[in-house]
Ligand binder design. Structure first.
Ligand code: FPP
Ligand code: MG
Length: 321
């Protein structure tokens, strides 16, 4: 499995500049807020969303300076949402380190999320793309609705696949779509090509979340940097669980573990899932979404960009974390 995605040296160098920009923003506030922002930033991350802004930008003519605010904004919103998500999930670990609220307390965690979220809109508003703040606002609403859908559906072992797909579209795929759309718009890519890139992002995001849900039932916690089985413990029904229920023809084993704070019950349920082909079937669905993503950009120029976006798609469904 790949641990990083295949992009050109130029994009990798630009991502280094994005990292410097994030560091500058994290160091701006006073005291504990800067310390806590700095430590969440230092925990790293794939920076996949800013990479998508940069890649989509190469379909047109934007400079790094024109793309930079959008790179920062999508990553800041992503980071903010994870800090808040870890509070809601009461997750102790993120990226192999204590989560922000575990290290600094819930009050600081909420403030860090609010700060990063606010900064995203500050940088987006300063960009030369008047539609950027409203596009980001819509996506933020999607994220919030997706998160709420997840809470409302907690412990529902009978969740329909359509409800799961609607949730992950809002919670995850929306920001991937927006990253691609902002890169395209900032680069003055013509409408149909911008829509194609946004469609690629949306489908890629679906694949990403489905694969994330596979890793949660079939990954290894020391590799992932967070606990395996967290979705079971939190009561979050996912696609591989649905496939396992379908294959076993029973749901009691899942009901006994979903939302139950018992390591034994979670381990038992993971063992049941492991005996089925659920993880593989969910990976196959993720692969179908990558194929749809690549299909959306079939006519996109330049051709080299199409190949890179296909490689990114393959990475998303083969990564460790
Ligand atoms: C991680 O999912 C969480 C998200 C993708 C979205 C979280 C959204 C919110 C908390 C609401 C909106 C917040 C803002 C700032 C707009 P996961 O729990 O499946 O992944 P994980 O296992 O990595 O935690
Ligand atoms: Mg979570």
């Amino acid at each position: 499995m790949a641990s990083t995605y295949p992009i050109s040296k130029a994009i990798r160098r630009d991502l280094g500049k994005v990292e410097e920009g994030l560091k500058r923003l994290a160091a701006e506030p006073d005291g504990v807020l800067a310390d806590a922002c700095g430590s969440t930033l230092a925990a790293g991350g794939k920076r996949l969303r800013p990479a998508l802004v940069l890649l989509a930008g190469t379909a047109g003519s934007a400079t790094l300076a024109e793309l930079m605010p959008h790179c920062l904004a999508v990553e800041l919103i992503h980071m903010a949402s994870l800090v808040h998500d870890d509070i809601l999930d009461d997750a102790p670990m993120r990226r192999g380190r204590p989560s922000v609220h575990a290290e600094w307390g819930v009050t600081v965690g909420i403030a860090v999320g609010d700060y990063l979220f606010s900064k995203a809109f500050e940088v987006a508003a300063a960009a030369e793309l008047p539609s950027a703040p409203s596009i980001l606002a819509k996506t933020s609403v999607d994220l919030t609705e997706g998160e709420l859908m997840q809470r409302r559906a907690a412990c529902r072992a009978d969740l329909a696949r359509t409800e799961y797909l609607a949730r992950i579209e809002k919670k995850t795929a929306s920001l991937f779509e927006t990253a691609c759309r902002l890169g395209a718009l900032a680069s003055a890519v013509p409408g149909p090509a911008a829509d194609a890139l946004a469609g690629y992002g949306l489908n890629l995001g679906m694949a990403f979340q489905i694969y994330d849900d596979v890793l949660d039932v079939a990954g290894e916690s020391d590799v992932l940097g967070k606990a395996v089985g967290a979705d079971l413990r939190d009561g979050t029904m996912t696609l591989p669980m649905m496939f396992a229920v379908e294959e076993t023809g029973a749901v009691d084993w899942l009901r006994g573990a979903l939302g139950v704070d018992s390591p034994g019950a979670v381990a038992d349920a993971l063992a049941v899932i492991d005996r089925t082909s659920a993880a593989q079937r969910a990976k196959d669905v993720a692969r179908d979404y990558v194929e749809s993503a690549v299909g959306r950009i079939a006519d996109l120029e330049p051709r080299g960009l199409r190949a890179t976006l296909r490689d990114v798609g393959n990475y998303v469904i083969q990564r460790y974390h």
